[in-house]
Design a binder for this molecule. Structure first.
Ligand code: AMP
Length: 245
């Protein structure tokens, strides 16, 4: 049996830039009514607002590099403590390094929460490069669209190219992902929480696999006392395949 609004559900979306995390996170947010916490969106909002953090982060994002662990851990600590996270949350874009993953473990213990599921959207590097070069984004709702799309299908806004989707930043983003973020997957595989999903196919096909994974985890999760609203489960990690990100 799956869960609906009102049940605690803490989800982590893991995958390379361009793997479709944002799209699936939007689907999960609408389905379960829990916040979508996207660290990239949070940084872009800081840049747009011209805050001190935004001014520091702007050249780092434009170059496809990572903002420091200290800053990112601080951001996620503040965000997960907000009351809207009480019924659950979907994290997208964090942790991107092993120190961030360790800090998140500590924070989850402090918050007396556990992840129900880590969804790994697996997409090959060639496909990521193809998707990122030329994709368009809605500046209002951050949904992404393939090249040639005229306007956001959700709110009609004019689409733009993200600065870090320009060719000079795409390759560094993939390279830093392979170097710093791929090891994070092993961190979660060890916990048995990873559901590996083939990130090719239509959005609807992938969404239905994501929902099967999430509902499967939530129904098989042991629940008890303090962590009843957000208990973790056991399960298997996906197998190895071709070089993917
Ligand atoms: P995203 O929208 O998730 O692709 O993130 C856009 C950019 O924000 C990344 O390329 C990084 O420069 C920065 N960023 C987002 N999340 C993190 C993180 N957890 N650690 C370091 N940098 C991050």
């Amino acid at each position: 049996m799956g869960r609906g609004v009102g049940w605690g559900m803490n989800l982590l979306l893991y995958g390379a830039p361009g793997s479709g995390k944002g799209t699936q996170a939007n689907m999960l947010r609408a389905r379960f009514g829990i916040p979508h916490i996207a660290t990239g969106d949070m940084l872009r909002a800081e840049i747009q607002a011209g805050t001190e953090l935004g001014r520091k982060a702007q050249p780092i994002l434009a170059a496809g590099q990572y903002v420091s662990d200290d800053i990112m851990i601080g951001i996620i600590r503040n965000r997960l403590r907000r009351p809207d996270c009480e019924p659950g949350f979907i994290i997208d874009g964090f942790p991107r390094t092993v120190p961030q993953a360790n800090a998140l473990d500590t924070l989850m213990v402090e918050l007396r929460k556990r992840f129900d599921c880590v969804i790994y959207l697996k997409v090959e590097v060639d496909e990521l490069l193809r998707r990122l070069s030329g994709r368009l984004v809605c500046p209002q709702c951050q949904r992404t669209f393939p090249p040639g799309t005229r306007a956001c299908t959700a709110d009609g806004s004019e689409l733009a190219q993200r600065e870090d989707d320009k060719p000079e930043a795409v390759r560094p983003r993939i390279e830093i992902y392979l170097e710093k973020t791929v090891p994070v997957l092993d961190h979660y595989r060890a916990s048995g929480l990873v559901s590996e999903i083939d990130g090719r196919g239509t959005i609807e096909e992938i969404s239905s696999q994501v929902l099967v994974a999430v509902n499967g985890r939530s129904s098989s999760s042991p629940r008890s006392g303090e962590v009843a609203r957000s208990a973790g489960g056991t399960g298997t990690a996906g197998g190895a395949g071709k070089k993917t990100a």
